[in-house]
Design a protein around this ligand. Structure first.
Ligand code: ADP
Length: 457
């Protein structure tokens, strides 16, 4: 009535609210509403003569549980006076829950990195998530309604027929590795998992397909394979040489100076190779720790230059161009020697002719070291790639694993420094390294090394 007192209710309303008729009739309608503001608004609208259509509200049942409902209602007026309202209440709780579950599922599907695609048994695309847009380059609007052959390369159409046949038999296809075509025509390697979708009666009505881009994984596998082959190859040639020289001395039953030197040189090469592999494993596991101590970069560079030129196949001069005084910093001497040796060895390896110069300079906040050669240089497009793991220039003229610069840069980074290359193809390369004297955060001007590091050199 006009005061909100319930006058009459049918069985459905009683079932919905959980009250007996005698408990329900005579109660104020606000008692069964969970939200006071909502029922106040409903009553105010009805009093103003408005009709409500599917007005959303929440009822509190007798047992305390909540139901989501929509209410359609209008008021009856007698002789211009509000007499009573009629109220049709529909329970939409299950539908709401289903909608919420749908929304949540849709959000999951949309936020996954895997492409999730729905299709009918005739191969028509019915759904297409965001990752599918990214992977294949078609928007959902472009893809939905199209045949799945949109993304299947022509030579793989037979495979598709086979997949559809298996789905119709209710089979699930797990981790099927294959190739698809993107909108721009590029191929992409994917791993597919496809499952039949059944309706409520169990009839197969379509399929859901999850596609994961495995291009990167495949490339990593190939790189790993290539790395192992190269490692085996690079270890075998010095080993063969060592064995050859040793056998030579054995046959002659005599000490041979040249053979001994060659054995030492080859063993050093192998040692460096193994050290690189170890260092890479440490870098990958983020277990690199610097052992900083007071180091003179000038002396270190001279030692590296001398050793590398001695060990080079055809002894070549490596000139060190340095100021007279020393350049001291708190660095990891072994690691720095590894970096400098790598740069000099690369110059010896890739620049067969011309002088090699190691230039050192003392700057206010950092020490600089540059290794220049007059070799073939490095194309601009390759200049960043060569610092990547296994990164080698397309025209690399000597064998190698592509690890040296990757490790060197990581070691220089760990020192808070920078390593880069300047090169003009045809005019040689200069690899430069800038090293702050001490750890960032230390007193900027005069690093008091003695307090921080144990003296080793
Ligand atoms: P590796 O020498 O084992 O290939 P690096 O990481 O030391 O590995 O070098 C990566 C690549 O950089 C080399 O394969 C080569 O293509 C290029 N590179 C390095 N140093 C030079 C140089 N001085 N001149 C020309 N190319 C170079």
């Amino acid at each position: 009535d006009a005061d909100g007192i319930i006058q009459w209710a049918n069985r459905a309303e009683l079932e919905l609210t959980g009250y007996r008729r005698d408990e329900y009739v005579g109660r104020h309608i606000a008692d069964v509403h969970a939200d006071a503001a909502t029922i106040a608004d409903i009553l105010a609208r009805l009093a103003r003569g408005e009709a409500l259509q599917d007005y959303p509200a929440r009822l509190r049942r007798k047992d305390g549980s909540l139901r989501h409902v929509v209410i359609s209602s209008n008021a009856r007026w007698t002789n211009g006076a509000f007499s009573h309202t009629r109220c049709v209440t529909r329970d939409v709780t299950d539908q709401r829950r289903a909608d919420e579950a749908m929304t949540r599922l849709a959000a999951i599907v949309d936020s996954t990195d895997d492409a999730v695609i729905g299709k009918t048994l005739d191969g028509m695309i019915t759904s297409w998530n965001l990752a599918a847009e990214r992977l294949y380059g078609y928007s959902a609007a472009e893809a939905i309604g199209q045949p799945i052959t949109l993304i299947v390369p022509p030579e793989r159409r037979d495979e598709l027929a086979d997949i559809m046949a298996r789905l119709r038999r209710g089979e699930r296809i797990a981790h099927h590795e294959t190739e698809r075509v993107r909108r721009d025509g590029r191929r992409v390697e994917v791993s597919l998992s496809i499952s039949p979708i059944r309706d409520a009666t169990g009839t197969i009505i379509g399929a859901s397909k999850i596609a994961r881009d495995i291009t990167e994984r495949r490339a990593a596998e190939q790189r790993r394979q290539a790395f192992l082959e190269m490692l085996a190859h690079d270890l075998r040639s010095p080993l063969t040489a060592v064995r050859g020289y040793a056998q030579l001395m054995q046959r002659r039953q005599a000490f041979n100076q040249r053979a001994t030197e060659a054995i030492i040189a080859e063993a050093s090469r192998m040692g460096r190779l193994v050290a690189d592999v170890l260092e890479m494993a440490r870098l990958d596991a983020a277990r690199l720790e610097l052992r900083r101590a007071e180091v003179d970069l000038v002396a270190l560079a001279r030692r590296c230059a001398e050793q590398s030129s001695l060990l080079a196949h055809h002894e070549r001069e490596v000139r060190v161009d340095a100021p007279d005084e020393s350049i001291i910093g708190a660095w990891d001497a072994d690691r720095l020697a590894q970096v400098v040796t790598n740069l000099i060895d690369n110059a010896l390896k890739y620049a067969p002719d011309g002088p090699i110069v190691v230039r050192l300079e003392r700057q206010p906040n950092q020490a600089c070291l540059a290794v220049s050669d007059q070799g073939p240089g490095i194309a601009p497009a390759e200049q960043e790639r060569i610092f990547e793991r296994f990164g080698r220039a397309a025209e690399a003229t000597a064998s190698g694993m592509g690890l040296g610069l990757y490790i060197s840069r990581a070691l220089v980074d760990a020192h808070g420094g920078r390593l880069w290359v300047d090169s003009l193809p045809g005019h040689g390369s200069t690899f430069s390294l800038a090293l702050p004297y001490a750890l960032p955060g230390d007193a900027a001007d005069a690093p008091s090394l003695d307090a921080k590091v144990d003296r080793q050199t």
